[in-house]
Design a protein around this ligand. Structure first.
Ligand SMILES: Nc1ncnc2c1ncn2[C@@H]1O[C@H](COP(=O)(O)OP(=O)(O)OP(=O)(O)O)[C@@H](O)[C@H]1O
Ligand SMILES: [Mg+2]
Length: 259
């Protein structure tokens, strides 16, 4: 299977005055076409940092990023970053990030309005996408009228409106109850099945992760293991065990640094 995006030895530092924190310490992996890849990791392990770099919303300090097999020197650097985002990336945030004063349709169509698409095309595409996420009858409603699960559907629709090759979702089910979370996960699974969508999903929830094809365990800025979900729904117990192992390995390594 083709690699959609390849991350090689990615490092990221946050500087606060004289203090420097290494949030990513050399991350390497590839997202394959049509794959759902979950990323699990403790709070502060660097998941959002990694996703922002992949989404060309932030810049890595070291390392290489290949998109469709091509090395992109200026991946997170403007003005290239805007083009990379517009042509390749759909981003979904945990807190939905919708514009409160806008209706569902206005939120969903915003990326196309910004790229100055024709209004007929915008209407057509918005209708198709709202159907896909099961919100056909809510287009004219203000987003403030909607439930959490419905708002996340709007956010997914907005991320999908310009046919992104790669969908990045940062804890898309984090604020939802488990039934609603499952319904949202089902949208990602349908997209994979019907459109061959390639998706990265950050999650704390081993049940949600169990629907992914593969899980990476990120701790303290490094990948400490991987779970391959061969032949369908993975075992939640096995995933939890792997997650705890990755936490232990990271702690052991940290302990050794101080000897
Ligand atoms: N803008 C920033 N400036 C300084 N430090 C930051 C910044 N953003 C993140 N960090 C630090 O980088 C590390 C990784 O943060 P990140 O947000 O990527 O973690 P995360 O795995 O997404 O955590 P969570 O599960 O809580 O969302 C943390 O130690 C965090 O404090
Ligand atoms: Mg985060």
């Amino acid at each position: 299977m083709k690699n959609m995006i390849v991350m090689k030895n990615i490092h990221k530092f946050y500087k606060n005055g004289k203090e420097s924190l290494e949030a990513l310490k050399g991350i390497s992996f590839a997202l394959k076409q049509g794959e759902i890849l979950a990323i699990m990791g403790s709070s502060g392990s660097g998941k959002s940092t990694l996703l922002h770099i992949m989404g060309a919303m932030d810049q890595a300090d070291e390392g290489e990023i290949y998109l469709n097999g091509e090395l992109k020197e200026n991946y997170g650097v403007e003005p290239e970053a805007t083009t990379i985002r517009a042509e390749n990336i759909g981003f979904i945030f945990q807190d939905f990030n919708l514009i409160q004063d806008f209706t569902v349709e206005e939120n969903v169509s915003l990326p196309l309005v910004l790229t100055k698409e024709k209004s007929k095309e915008i209407r057509k595409r918005t209708k198709v996408i709202l159907e896909m996420v099961g919100l056909s009858d809510k287009g004219r409603n203000p987003v403030t009228d909607l439930s959490g699960g419905q708002r996340q559907r709007v956010a997914i629709a907005r991320a999908l409106i310009n046919n992104p090759k790669i969908l990045l979702a940062d804890e898309p089910t984090g604020n939802l109850d488990c039934n609603t979370a499952y319904e949202i996960m089902q949208i990602f699974l349908d997209l994979k099945e019907k459109e061959g969508q390639s998706t990265i999903l950050v999650t704390h929830d081993p049940t949600i992760a169990s629907y992914a094809d593969r899980i990476l365990f990120l701790q303290d800025g490094l990948i400490y293991g991987e779970y391959e979900n061969k032949g369908g729904k993975g075992s939640v117990d096995e995933i939890l065990e792997k997650f705890r192992e990755s936490q232990k390995s990271a702690q052991t390594e940290k302990g050794q640094e101080h000897v």
